[in-house]
Each structure stands twice: as structure tokens, then as C-alpha cells.
Design a protein around this ligand. Structure first.
Ligand SMILES: Cc1cc2nc3c(=O)[nH]c(=O)nc-3n(C[C@H](O)[C@H](O)[C@H](O)COP(=O)(O)OP(=O)(O)OC[C@H]3O[C@@H](n4cnc5c(N)ncnc54)[C@H](O)[C@@H]3O)c2cc1C
Length: 421
């Protein structure tokens, strides 16, 4: 393969060839004749989840919107579309998605496969709005998973970790387009979360807290609000002890804010406020690593205090940490399965040897809270521990075996972390 690395450059794919099919027929034919194959999205995962030793397949040419169903508020897209492309189209048609990740450059299928999420007390992860999808299975046949089928299969399949086959078509729920604004506040003491966790995170449609763990303080609060939300039409100079920022901010202290989504309360469309970074800023590669852990919402304050105890281990290796809330869902392999959740994210400097040492320390601190790692990021958790955190794991294993009895779509990541080989 010519470009054999992921977006961050920390992972080198071991596959020997990359297929780029032009249509679903070619996908079926390539899958049927391959011995082992994995789909590559936009390569934004930080571990080997998208890798295999034989063939990779990219759906970069299957990136169209197929249909917008005004009667049922649904959009159907091809499996290679990226959020950036979809959002432009939806907004132009008067629609929106309920939420987005911090950047719009990832594919819809790749994001759903790893339960990618944004923030917001009432917002489930991005896979929760999938109404149905089609997948080319190992034998080349197409299977359909849909909420309309009574078998409940979609709940098991949509956070599929790339193990079911090639997702070629997805139908998503859409909502009417909306306007938002975004304010940043500086310096929120961690201790203020003790009494006000719910007040803070319910203060906007999507709320993120950022810290560099140099102090027991969140350097920034990013508050994203729907403009029509009458409850939030005032901007206060102070927010639970934090002060309203007087200029644009980048989450990483000292970085220029030029590539960040618009702040200072300037109104704009949903897809230009929900991500932290601008659509037209497309970094081709990242000089960073990422990890993220999900804890039950009710434990979040204590989990953060546990991390505060080891901040001298974290801070020197870190660009920034972000704390977000995610609504519970019923998706088997989602870290938010039946659990209102808080995600504690780490953007690391690209020093893997050092980061590798600190991940077990973090995981030990978070162990009492049954923290689950993000599927697409870096973690150190032993497979047995990881597996014990997912009550639907046996059902998911069965689903993988049903869709792919020979393990054509299984790779080292799935064999180790899911199948327990
Ligand atoms: C800068 C940056 C910011 C990020 N921000 C967030 C964030 O805000 N929130 C969050 O939760 N995560 C975030 N992530 C993580 C990222 O969203 C996930 O790793 C996501 O899975 C990446 O999608 P991708 O399209 O790059 O897929 P890849 O990383 O290429 O693949 C991920 C998995 O999806 C599978 N896959 C991809 N396409 C298909 C398909 N068509 N059919 C079947 N399987 C498929 C792959 O086989 C693999 O198993 C971020 C990552 C980066 C680099």
C-alpha cells in the first residue's frame, strides 16, 4: 500500500493491498474472493481496529447521498460518506443531525462502528440515529439491519467494530436544521462539579470541559446552545466560577484558534458550531495520540478526582483532556449501553512509549468506576477485563460468527479484544 498509515501516523497497516471499488457490485465481488478483508474509513482510529494482514477496502468512491425522505425525516447515504459532506447537503435541504464528533472529517460508517460521540446530556452517540443499514457479508451477500425488523438485530450490529462486513448503505434520522451559538468560559474549578455537575452539563445543548491537568481546574468550558432555546438567551459573565472568554480560544492552551469553530456567541448553523474544528480545516495528518474512557455519569466527579490524584503523570504528556456527557443507549457494544455516561478524553503528545506507561495508571484509577475505553483510541486494558464490561458480548460474538463464520472480517484487534482468542 502506498499510504500505509493511519491519520495520526502512529499505526502502520499491515495489509498488502487496498481495493477501491466503484460500486456495491464490485464490493460484493471483492469480498467474496478475498480471504481476509477490512474496510478503512478515513483512518482516524488510533489502534489496529481497521487493519488486517491481507486486503483493505476503501469506500471513498461510494460517498453519495442516495435519498432524503421528507415524509419520514430520514436520509440514506452510501457507506463511504464523511460527515462534512453529509452535513453540507443536509443543511442545504433544511435538515440537521442531532450531534457530531469534534471533527467532521470522519466517515459515518466508521464513526458508527466505534460508537463515536459528541457531547450533550440528551444526545446519544452518533450510531443511535441509525434507522437501518446494509452490509455486504463475508459470502458477498447483502444483509439488512433495520429498526423496523422486530428481531432487534440493529442494536447488536450497528456498533459493529468493523466485524460484520462492509456497510455500504446507511439510513439516519434527521431533524429540522437549527442555529446555534458557542461561548467559552475560562477556569472552572474541578471542585465546583461536586455540587453542580448536572447544572453545568445541562446548561447547553452540548457542553465540553477542557483541562491540561496542570491544576484541579478546567481551563475552558465550551457551551454550545440552540439559539431558539429561550432558557439560554442570556449570556452571563460568570459560569459556576468560570469567566466568559473575551477572545476566541483553542482547546489546547497556546494554540491559535483560527481553525476552531466560531465562538463569542456568533450565531451559525448547527454543523458549524457542534464540531470544535472548522469544516474547511482538513489536517491531513495529526501529531497527536488519543485515549478516552467512559464512566457512569453518577461516578464522574469521583472519577475526575481520582485522575486529579495522578495529574503529575498525565500533564507532562498531554495536550488536553476533554470531558463530555453522552445519553444512554441500547447498542450492545456501545460504551454507553444502558448507562448515562461521561467520557474523559486525552489528546496526548505523540510520545507513545511514555503514553503507554501512563495508560495502565489511568485505567487503575478508573477501575472502581468500570471505565470502558473508546474502541477507536489507545488503551492498555487486558482483554478479559474489557470483555467483562460488556454484558452483551456473548451475543455480539454469536452475531459475528453468524455473519462471518470463517472470520474473513476478523483481525488481531477483534480476535484479542472480542473473541478472546
Ligand atoms: C482528530 C480526531 C478527533 C476525533 N474526535 C472524536 C470525537 O469527538 N468523538 C469520538 O467518539 N471519537 C473521536 N475520534 C475517533 C474517531 O471518531 C473514530 O476512531 C472513528 O471510528 C473514525 O472513523 P473513520 O472513518 O476514520 O474509520 P476508521 O478509523 O478508518 O475505521 C474504524 C472502524 O470502522 C470500520 N469501518 C469503517 N468504514 C466501514 C464500513 N463502511 N463498513 C464496515 N466497517 C467500517 C473499520 O473497519 C474499523 O473497524 C476522533 C479521532 C481523531 C483522529
Amino acid at each position: 500500500m502506498e499510504n500505509d498509515r493511519n491519520w495520526a501516523g502512529n499505526y502502520r497497516y499491515s495489509a498488502s493491498e487496498l481495493y477501491v471499488p466503484a460500486n456495491v457490485g464490485q464490493v460484493q465481488e471483492m469480498v467474496a474472493r478475498s480471504r481476509q478483508v477490512k474496510v478503512l474509513g478515513t483512518r482516524h482510529s488510533f489502534n489496529g481496529i481497521a487493519d488486517c494482514t491481507e486486503s483493505l477496502l476503501s469506500l471513498q468512491n461510494l460517498n453519495r447521498v442516495i435519498a432524503l425522505d421528507h415524509a419520514h425525516n430520514k436520509v440514506t447515504v452510501e457507506g463511504g460518506i464523511r460527515y462534512g459532506e453529509l452535513c453540507q447537503y443536509l443543511h442545504g435541504s433544511g435538515y440537521a443531525l442531532h450531534n457530531l464528533a469534534s471533527l467532521p472529517h470522519i466517515t459515518v460508517a466508521g464513526a458508527c462502528a466505534t460508537a463515536t460521540h459528541g457531547s450533550g446530556d440528551l444526545n446519544g452517540n452518533l450510531a443511535t440515529v441509525v434507522h437501518s443499514f446494509e452490509v455486504v457479508k463475508a459470502d458477498g451477500d447483502v444483509a439488512v439491519f433495520s429498526r423496523e425488523k422486530q428481531d432487534g438485530g440493529i442494536a447488536g450490529a450497528i456498533v459493529g467494530l468493523g466485524g460484520l462486513g462492509v456497510v455500504t448503505k446507511i439510513t439516519l434520522d434527521v431533524i429540522p436544521a437549527f442555529q446555534m451559538n458557542q461561548y467559552v468560559y475560562d477556569n472552572l474549578p474541578l471542585v465546583h462539579l461536586k455540587e453542580h455537575f448536572d447544572d453545568i452539563f445541562s446548561s447547553g445543548y452540548s457542553v465540553s470541559l477542557f483541562t491540561d491537568w496542570k491544576k484541579a481546574t478546567f481551563n475552558q468550558v465550551w457551551l454550545k446552545r440552540k439559539i431558539a432555546d429561550q432558557a439560554f438567551d442570556q449570556v452571563e459573565p460568570e459560569f459556576f466560577g468560570a469567566r466568559l472568554a473575551t477572545s476566541h480560544r483553542h482547546p489546547v492552551p497556546g494554540h491559535t484558534s483560527v481553525n476552531c469553530s466560531e465562538q463569542m456567541g456568533i450565531p451559525g448553523p448547527w454543523h458549524e458550531r457542534l464540531p470544535h474544528f472548522r469544516m474547511d480545516f482538513t489536517p491531513s495528518a495529526g501529531e497527536e495520540l488519543q485515549s478516552e474512557y467512559f464512566v457512569p455519569r453518577q461516578d464522574a466527579y469521583h472519577a475526575l478526582c481520582s485522575l486529579d490524584l495522578i495529574r503529575e503523570h498525565i500533564s507532562p504528556l498531554l495536550y488536553v483532556s476533554e470531558v463530555r456527557t453522552i445519553a444512554e443507549d441500547n447498542l450492545w457494544m456501545s460504551p454507553c449501553y444502558k448507562q448515562e455516561s461521561v467520557a474523559i478524553h486525552f489528546t496526548w503528545k505523540p510520545s507513545w512509549e511514555a503514553v503507554k506507561q501512563v495508560l495502565p495508571i489511568i485505567e487503575k484509577q478508573l477501575e472502581p468506576f468500570h471505565a470502558r475505553p473508546h474502541w477507536g483510541k489507545l488503551f492498555a486494558m487486558p482483554p478479559a477485563r474489557l470483555q467483562s464490561l460488556y454484558e452483551k458480548l456473548p451475543d455480539f460474538q454469536q452475531l459475528l460468527l453468524q455473519c462471518d463464520p470463517q472470520g474473513k472480517f476478523r483481525n488481531a484487534f477483534l480476535n484479542t479484544n472480542i473473541m478472546g482468542d
